[in-house]
Design a protein around this ligand. Structure first.
Ligand code: NAG
Ligand code: NAG
Length: 476
């Protein structure tokens, strides 16, 4: 029977209504079960943005680091002056581990000391080595045991191990570690400068004197298993080799950071510190064994002098910037906060990145490998007239927005016949802006300009960000 058009319409409209109801119900259920980010408020959606590595919650800073410094009752009274340079009692946590207690009260500008647990039950069989290596390796374990469970998760993110003669640059250490997600397993450090030392130990080992960092979750597991490793690796030389062996057995490899410096070198570090890699300066070691960093100062004074610049702009310390004066035909290489070298003529940037050999190897023997390094080197000419004119940091100050640093000419041993273009030059004045630690994520060297000057006694330089397609070269 054919239905009337009217009844047909009323049927379809009631069908339409129930279909619409069903559809709305499904839609609402869908919204509730699978929230669409596009429909959420902007506030809600920002919290869903994944936090960058190492920065959740809040970027890693020095207060997230836990230091374990290896010392002994014998060396501590001498070496604690190194710690006074970089230790910030209000910000940092850590302990100095000694082999026996030293007299005297607690110094509030230094970390607290502890006597390491007795390690004499562990074997040590490296001929001619020091069995204190076992005690020192166990600092990694004793450090974790001293604090575990006492801090909220995320409060201690890394343990940092070093010697009492390791000078850390704390903001740069934290800035370097902030690149990595501390909740995962990381073993971060540097190698020895000497090819031979890396061959003898391992290219995959973080050399302990340069300092090394272990993310806290890895450190906790290492603390649990370390003693069993110590039994298996009695034949190794140092504490760092034992940590390396155990971390290797846990399946983790080295994350190499070129700012950690073991300094297995002797003599004058000028060549090394005037061509620092494009990474923040994290540590320096063995400073008792090299010449003072600034001539005409003793070691303590020289380090304090360097820290005057470090404290003003830690991220920029030793960063190398090269500028060209095409009118005067000069190449000027700045290692910020330390030295400026002026070359007559055009020196290409890649050549200036190779290290002038002002230093000598840690061990000098007949073995050809002992004089080889893990970086490029170039000759530092014997004839002073063939060397650049060298200026050392004189003073640094933080102006309203720019940082000014002065460098004065080092005259001892300079070229006596005089130089053609730089004869009268006495001082370099450098202006720069505070460097942000974020640049280390994808670092780019900065550029600089030689500013016009009315005198040939002073050279003024301005360091700035390079333009997009700017090249660091002498412009024709
Ligand atoms: C280093 O030099 C400073 C100032 O010239 C002096 O006060 C200090 O005693 C010297 N230190 C040593 C270890 O000679
Ligand atoms: C650099 O030297 C000049 C001239 O002596 C002086 O005016 C300026 O204040 C110095 N700058 C710093 C940072 O000491």
């Amino acid at each position: 029977m054919p239905s009337s058009p009217l009844s047909m319409r009323s049927l379809s409209s009631s069908l339409f209504r129930s279909l619409l109801f069903l559809f709305m119900t499904i839609f609402l259920l869908y919204i509730l079960l699978f929230p669409n980010p596009l429909l959420r408020s902007p506030v809600a959606s920002t919290s869903a943005v994944p936090t960058p590595a190492g920065s959740g919650p809040g970027a890693t800073s020095v207060r997230h680091l836990l230091f374990g410094i290896a010392s002994s009752a014998r060396s501590w009274p001498r070496r604690r002056d190194y710690l006074r340079l970089w230790w910030r009692p209000a910000l940092m946590r850590g302990f100095v581990f000694l082999d026996s207690s030293v007299g005297g009260g607690v110094a509030d500008d230094l970390p607290p000391t502890r006597v390491s647990a007795d390690a004499s039950r562990f074997p040590y069989s490296f001929k001619g080595g020091l069995r204190s290596a076992v005690r020192v390796a166990r600092i990694a374990k004793e450090l974790v045991e001293a604090v575990d469970g006492r801090f909220a998760p995320g409060d201690v993110r890394w343990i940092v191990l070093g010697d009492d003669d390791t000078v850390f640059f704390p903001e740069n250490l934290a800035g370097t570690l902030a690149k990595y997600d501390w909740e995962r397993w990381y073993y971060v450090g540097g190698r020895s400068e000497g090819l031979q030392q890396n061959m003898a130990h391992s290219f995959g080992m973080a050399f302990g004197g340069g300092g090394l960092a272990i993310s806290y979750p890895l450190a906790r597991v290492l603390a649990k298993v370390l003693d069993s490793c110590l039994v298996r690796y009695a034949h190794l030389y140092g504490s760092d080799a034992r940590i390396f062996a155990c971390i290797t057995e846990l399946g983790v490899g080295l994350t190499y950071e070129p700012g950690f410096h073991q300094v297995d070198l002797r003599g004058d570090l000028l060549g090394m510190l005037s061509a620092h890699p494009l990474a923040p300066l994290v540590s320096l070691h063995h400073l008792d064994n090299v010449e003072p960093l600034f001539p005409s100062m003793n070691r303590t004074m020289a380090l304090k002098h360097l820290f005057e610049a470090v404290n003003v702009d830690p991220a920029r310390i030793l960063q190398q910037t090269v500028c060209y004066d095409s009118l005067k035909m000069l190449t000027i290489s700045v290692s910020w906060g330390y030295t400026v070298q002026v070359f007559e003529g055009n020196q290409l940037l890649p050549d200036l990145l190779s290290l002038q050999q002002t230093f000598t190897p840690w061990r000098r023997n007949r073995n050809i490998v002992s004089g080889l390094y893990i970086f490029n080197t170039r000759e530092f000419p014997r004839d002073p007239c063939e060397r650049p004119v060298i200026f050392f940091l004189e003073s640094v100050s933080f102006g309203s927005d720019r940082i000014n640093s002065n460098y004065s000419r080092h005259v001892t041993n300079d070229c006596l016949q005089g130089r053609r273009l730089t004869k009268n030059l006495q001082q370099i004045r450098v202006s720069s802006q505070k460097l942000n630690h974020e640049i280390w994520q994808a670092p780019r060297r900065q550029c600089c300009d030689v500013l016009p000057s009315f005198t040939d006694m002073v050279l003024k330089i301005d360091i700035r960000k390079c333009k997009d397609d700017e090249l660091i070269a002498m412009q024709p």
